[in-house]
Design a protein around this ligand. Structure first.
Ligand code: GDP
Ligand code: IMO
Ligand code: MG
Length: 419
């Protein structure tokens, strides 16, 4: 058996959480492979709206195993809050396993994130300030603490050593901070993390595949926020692409099956960085309002724009996407003319890729497609959708050379149309 991968093709918040939840009944294991509590994955069902940050989106399906992989970074305080929030819903939670090799976000990592952003001033990344960058820096710098270290006898000493290093850096930044309360909460929250089984998840995954178990690897963020291929430096600090599922779970590349690429019928971005098809007009404001485009983690307004074909093609190629899923089609209802960015113009030339250099002066070139009036949220069958919806889907499939298998028409689990 091979493992399928589900990931975002834009700048995050495509609706990954919703689709993982919808697909979970077809799988035995749902495994998050990278990122941390910078993610906010929203699930809606039976009148419940719930946002997950570290915990995989299969958690509301009893009988399924959820796994937090080695590629994920965990803040024990946020993890504890997530567990408590799930318990408060009073509905069954499925099994949750955690990789011993997942790195821990320390309170000082969060402070360093804030200090780094402050020092960057106008050039700030727009980080979610969850300590993601500093934690991955310690991972690659070979200084990090991992989930499996919590039970080591010298854990406290190793924590102190790393903390002292961070304090020196915070002093370098001349950053004022209060650590005591954060630390107390952090150490107290380790108890919740300890309640779950810590495993060497690569062996678990390997054996599961041998036993023909069905695995879905859940990504966080999106391809355009990838540390290598995103709009650097305005990116996150992990590999958000299919390759990240290999390193973040220990799945061999030849054991990757389908790759589900999720994209919005338009495009959004939260935080700083290039966004060629961004809208600053009334249409952008309408997309933000109808789409309720506010970050699930930070509550910040998301920047909105038209779909960007060169960027999507790039993401499809890098991820080896086999099936597409188009989200939030309902948000476009009532917009007379839908625009799609087919390429860009730079210095009088037409290009179909995001250039390495500064994107100043990059102008999107649009094709216009007919919109539709009908509210799609009540649709139960895609066949009943207006012709303009079918034309939009057909046009996208042709230019993206990949089939669109799901069209989402609302936030609820049920508002999902299969093709
Ligand atoms: P994720 O990070 O990729 O899981 O996405 P988020 O949860 O951050 O953001 C997606 C938002 O859109 C959430 O508020 C979802 O409830 C909502 N959503 C998902 N699919 C649809 C859809 O088809 N239509 C509408 N209107 N909202 C959707
Ligand atoms: P999900 O999984 C949207 C963005 C931040 C910032 C940049 C770096 O919900 O799609 P970081 O906190 O990683 O240092 O921030 O990446 N970002 C996201 N944007 N959705 C996310 O996750 C994001 N996670 C990080 O806004 O621009
Ligand atoms: Mg999100």
């Amino acid at each position: 058996m091979k493992a399928d991968v589900l990931l975002g093709l834009q700048w995050g918040d495509e609706g990954k959480g919703k689709i993982v939840d919808v697909l979970t009944s077809q799988y035995d294991i749902i495994a998050r492979f990278q990122g941390g509590p910078n993610a906010g994955h929203t699930l809606e069902f039976d009148g419940i709206k719930h946002v997950l940050h570290t915990i995989p989106s299969g958690i509301f399906h009893p009988g399924v195993v959820n796994l937090i992989g080695n590629g994920v970074v965990i803040d024990p305080v946020i993890f504890e809050r997530e567990i408590n929030d799930i318990k408060a819903l009073g509905i069954p939670m499925s099994e949750l396993l955690i990789s011993k090799k997942a790195h821990l976000i320390l309170p000082t990592h969060k402070l360093l994130d804030a200090a780094s952003e402050k020092a960057k001033g106008k050039e700030k990344i727009g980080s979610t300030l969850k300590g993601i960058g500093p934690t991955y820096m310690d991972k690659t710098g070979r200084n990090g603490l991992r989930v499996g270290d919590i039970s080591a006898v010298d854990f406290k000493e190793r924590y102190e050593k790393l903390k002292q290093k961070h304090i020196q850096l915070l002093n370098f930044y001349d950053f004022e901070y209060e650590l005591e309360e954060l630390e107390t909460a952090w150490f107290a929250s380790l108890a919740t993390l300890k309640n779950f089984e810590h495993i060497e998840s690569e062996h678990y995954i390997h054996n599961a595949l041998k036993e023909n178990k069905k695995i879905l690897a859940e990504g966080a963020q999106g391809a355009l926020l990838d540390i290598d291929f995103g709009s650097y430096p305005f990116v996150t600090s992990s590999n958000t692409i299919t390759a990240g599922a290999c390193t973040g779970l220990g799945i061999a590349p030849n054991k990757i099956g389908d790759v589900f690429g999720i994209f919005k019928a338009y495009c959004t971005r939260v935080g700083s960085g290039p966004f060629p098809s961004e809208l600053f007009d009334e249409v952008g404001a309408i997309l933000a309002k109808i789409g309720n485009e506010f970050g699930a983690t930070t509550g910040r307004p998301r920047r909105c724009g038209w779909i960007d074909i060169p960027a999507l093609k790039y993401a499809i190629n890098i991820n080896g996407v086999t099936q597409l899923m188009m989200m939030k089609a309902d948000v476009l209802s009532g917009i007379d003319t839908i625009k799609v960015c087919t390429h860009y113009e730079l210095n009088g030339e037409q290009i179909d890729y995001l250039p390495f250099e500064d994107n100043e002066g990059l102008t999107p070139v649009y094709k216009e497609l007919e919109g539709w009036e009908m509210d799609l949220m009540q649709l139960e069958n895609l066949a009943d959708a207006p012709k303009a919806v079918h034309d939009y889907i057909a046009w996208l499939e042709e230019v993206l050379e990949t089939p669109i298998k799901i069209v989402s028409v609302g936030p609820d689990r049920k508002q999902t149309l299969f093709r």
